[in-house]
Design a binder for this molecule. Structure first.
Ligand code: AMP
Length: 571
């Protein structure tokens, strides 16, 4: 495919810089831990665990407990309420990052320092420009006056962003910093269309944002064309930054370009629309692993065969790793861990023989980066310069190989995101596999699954799993005609794909037949809007695979257009 060699070259050049890091993974990890202890052992939090005063690696491993957010929250709250951050870490904290909490729980405040942040930043280098969809959210202030922002909101205001990433972005910084996501999205897309010949890659942090962007384009392409045709910006764009930036880009009427875009968008089928709108595009760059893998078929469809590159595995707590094989199948991406960003440990996660989750219970003592074993599942634990010590991030990973001496991991799932009625535990990964099997039978009918979620319904006895599916016809935006038999077959395949425990409980009558609720197009956008209204940021939104919030369930229920059930009994 055209462009593949260029992508490879870009990444291989980057890889050369990584040789040193990955060859010295163990030594760098040791140095990292020593440095963290040297600086922070005297803090109120850590000093309790070193009564003899000897803050070495051995004592760290024996004495410092492995914790979750709940354990450190009292310290975070104290700092947020005005106590000095030196109770937790030696360096002054700059601010907090707000972790989204959409996949499985509450929002979290993660402390950062300049140094810890810079260690987690990696530059992108490529020729040409990106249409990168980034968004901001209003900052929050803690009672002590510290700012708490989502990762991308914070990042886009830093000099690192301005000097490195912004160089490649077509979107003017004012459009990224605009706090109204709709105005921001409109202006970013308008910029991308006006400069369509410059766009070499289409990007966002997470694939959910690109899915949302395409939906927005479906809803707004006529208006975008009208702006291009007349040279006038829509009058609902009132954000001064956006207006100002767009006045430098939307400088004249361009009816030829508007006609061309209109012609592309008027096509019945939007298959390959990204390639048609941006003819020089080489790849789509966005996290497509974990819960984002549900968007792969959609992006492949709209991308018309452009490679999907999942670049990195990063969270508000740390930068874990990068994908050194950008062209690997998006379902098989592994991330090579970077040993100089934080100190990593790994808690083994118990999975049964076939790699299918039986019970994701962590066992044994954690091992460090150099001692993980090929094929094993682990939950990652980080210790950072910014005040997290043996902190469980909550992600389950599988070791797939090594690059030099640094392990490579596949992202498997969030820990504890499970459907459960009785003794069954169906994880994010199990659900994804089951749905992937089932949706295959919809393909011959030209029906695509564009988003899904689920919850455990225990309102009646016995309880059941409920799935929400948003479906779309490949060649139009019409609601698919749903054949009851086919949909019931989908329910059967999903149930058949679940594990032994589920099936035996189901056969024994402890779980009722699965219920599949099909929702109208746009329902999952409403769900996203709901989480955004609760504080999540668009740029970091992770679609929740298992819903816990009554309100969220209500939103999807209100978009329901059909309901189907698995068989009364399972044979
Ligand atoms: P946040 O700090 O809100 O951006 O969320 C970080 C979380 O996003 C991680 O702990 C993962 O659960 C998820 N995440 C980040 N990068 C990836 C990735 N490459 N693949 C799958 N999930 C990811």
């Amino acid at each position: 495919m055209a462009g593949e060699s260029e992508i490879k070259e870009t990444y291989e050049n980057g890889t050369k810089i990584l040789e040193d890091l990955t060859n010295n993974a163990h030594e760098l990890q040791e140095q990292m831990l020593e440095e963290i202890l040297r600086r922070n052992a005297g803090t109120q939090y850590l000093s309790r665990f070193f009564p003899s005063g000897q803050a070495d690696k051995q004592n760290f491993k024996t004495n410092v407990p492995i914790v979750t957010y709940e354990d450190i929250k009292p310290y975070i709250d104290r700092i947020a309420n005005g106590e000095t951050s030196s109770i937790l870490l030696a360096d002054p904290i700059n601010q907090f990052l707000r972790r989204s909490g959409t996949s499985g729980g509450q929002q979290k405040l993660i402390p950062i320092t300049t140094e810890s942040f810079e260690k987690g930043c990696f530059s992108v280098s490529d020729e040409g420009k990106s249409l990168s969809l980034y968004f901001s959210k209003p900052d929050m202030e803690t009672p002590s006056g510290l700012v708490a922002s989502p990762y991308m909101t914070f990042y886009s205001k830093t000099n690192i962003f301005k000097t490195r990433l912004a160089k490649f972005c077509l979107s003017p910084i004012e459009t990224i910093l605009c706090l109204d996501n709709k105005q921001s999205m409109f202006c970013q897309l308008l910029t991308g269309l006006l400069q369509r010949d410059k766009v070499v890659w289409f990007a966002s942090n997470f694939a959910s944002v690109l899915a949302r962007t395409i939906k927005f384009l479906e809803d707004y392409w006529r208006e975008l064309c009208c702006n291009i045709r007349t040279g006038y910006l829509s009058d609902w764009i009132i954000d001064p930054g956006c207006k100002n930036a767009m006045s430098l880009i939307l400088t004249r009427p361009n009816p030829e370009l508007a006609d061309l875009i209109q012609q592309i968008c008027e096509d019945q089928s939007w298959e390959g629309v990204i390639k048609k709108l941006w003819p020089k595009i080489k790849y789509i760059r966005s996290v497509c692993t974990g819960s984002m893998s549900q968007y792969i078929p959609l992006l492949e469809f709209y991308g018309g065969g452009i490679p999907l590159v999942s670049p990195s595995y990063v969270s508000s707590e740390a930068c874990f790793g990068i994908n050194l094989k950008p062209l690997s199948n998006p379902f098989d991406v592994s991330y090579t861990f970077l040993p100089n960003t934080a100190y990593f440990e790994f808690l083994r996660v118990n999975k049964d023989g076939g790699g299918k989750a039986q019970e994701t219970r962590t066992i044994d003592k954690p091992v460090d980066l150099a001692n993980v074993k090929l094929g094993q599942y682990y939950e990652v634990v980080v210790t950072t310069l910014a005040g997290l010590y043996r902190y469980r991030v909550g992600d389950v990973l599988k070791v797939t190989g090594f690059y030099n001496k640094s392990p490579q991991f596949q992202f498997v799932e969030r820990q504890n995101v499970v459907l459960s009625i009785d003794a069954d535990k169906t994880t994010e990964e199990d659900l994804l596999k089951a749905i992937t099997n089932a949706k295959l039978i919809l393909e011959p009918f030209g029906i695509m699954l564009t988003a899904y979620s689920s919850y455990s319904d225990t309102s009646s006895t016995p309880g059941r799993y409920v799935l929400f599916w948003e479906l779309k016809m490949k060649d139009s935006n019409d609601l698919p005609k749903l054949d009851v038999k086919i949909m019931e077959q989908c329910c059967c395949i999903v149930e058949e794909s679940f594990d032994f425990t589920y099936k035996s409980l189901r056969k024994g009558g402890a779980i009722s037949g699965l219920e599949l609720r099909v929702v109208k197009r746009g329902s999952f956008d409403e769900l996203m809007d709901f989480y955004i209204s609760k504080g999540a940021s668009i740029s970091q939104y992770k679609p929740p695979c298992c819903l816990k919030s009554e309100e969220a369930i209500k939103i999807l229920n209100s978009g329901m257009v059909g309901k189907f059930f698995g068989p009364k009994t399972m044979s």
